[in-house]
Design a protein around this ligand. Sequence first.
Ligand code: NAI
Ligand code: MG
Length: 359
Amino acid sequence: MQSFHIAVIPGDGIGKEVVPEGIRVIETAGALFGFRIDWHPFDWSCETYLSTGKMMPADGLEQLRSFDAIFLGAVGHPSVPDHVSLWGLLIPIRRAFRQYVNLRPVRLFEGMESPLKKWKPGEIDFCIVRENNEGEYSNIGGRLYEGTADEMAVQQTVFTKRGVDRVVRFAFELARTRKRHLTSATKSNGIIYTMPFWDERFQSLAQEYQDVRTDQYHIDILTAHFVRHPDWFDVVVGSNLFGDILSDLGPAVVGSIGIAPSANLNPEREFPSMFEPVHGSAPDIAGTGVANPIGQIWSGAMMLRHLGAHAAADAVEQAIAKVLANSTVRTPDIGGSATTVELGRAIADELRTNTTSRT
Ligand code: NAI
Ligand code: MG
């Protein structure tokens, strides 16, 4: 029997609540599709930071390196500054393992209500490809004259040819598997060195992908188009910052950030890739047991696809779609009163029923 070794980092807040539901559904898929998962939990979190002074041990990345993939909940707690928790765990993993693509699908399911009511299920279905290793999220910079009237802060944005090309190329390849349309997020009118460079690289690579239709928008009007014309998009590629912003906006347009998944991919597979929901640790609802587990479960489906278990990944996504369309088991963010566990169970049950009836 095929088996996968997965590092699990539930993290903080609702991460600890939605990860078990992700595991439940993937375990169900394993039983049905004939693979075994060996889950290896790590308690790295803000709690660990408060007791040890480190988000993860000094050899943390070494410990993760040999796994087939990393399944992560969310990291962040009001007791630890966000830049400490982010740079102590998530960003080192994304960078050390060259997970330079952050892939974030956005889809309007039947049974989900878009706040933009006129859209029908299927009419909104696009993917955001976020550059995940460089760009605006650099640690080059510093502060001067701290604590005085002259205090100042400088932070550099870093765009490399290699870094831009590899993520844009990934986006072109992804567009080829979909509707062959790629949109680039830019701001070359205001940010006059790095963004024109991004545009140049995009246009240069477009020559190699003449079968893919391309367009580009400045990020400000692009956010407006996400709301007014979400049906225009197929694959959207953006820098680290623009991709981050667009991938909270996209899921909001299709109903709830609670269902949005993401994959931090190292396409060359030299290192493990990492799968996590788009949302954070939601301290406002943590501990109440009502977080929506679908973002975590759908991230699990993306993980299965990455590991080559395509049929299982499709079945999990279909189970999510079926439950959203037909079931009254819904968490409060999508208009119901079910708990995290009830929704996780409903998806696992649907997966079981559907798969057994087909085989
Ligand atoms: P957040 O995503 O945690 O929450 C934003 C809003 O969405 C909240 O009202 C929350 O209740 C709601 N929400 C999020 N996920 C939900 C779910 N599954 N079901 C139902 N409602 C859900 O973002 P926020 O508040 O900006 O950040 C909270 C903490 O999470 C911070 O410490 C932040 O740094 C961290 N964070 C971590 C991320 C990660 O681990 N990748 C990503 C984003 C934030
Ligand atoms: Mg974000």
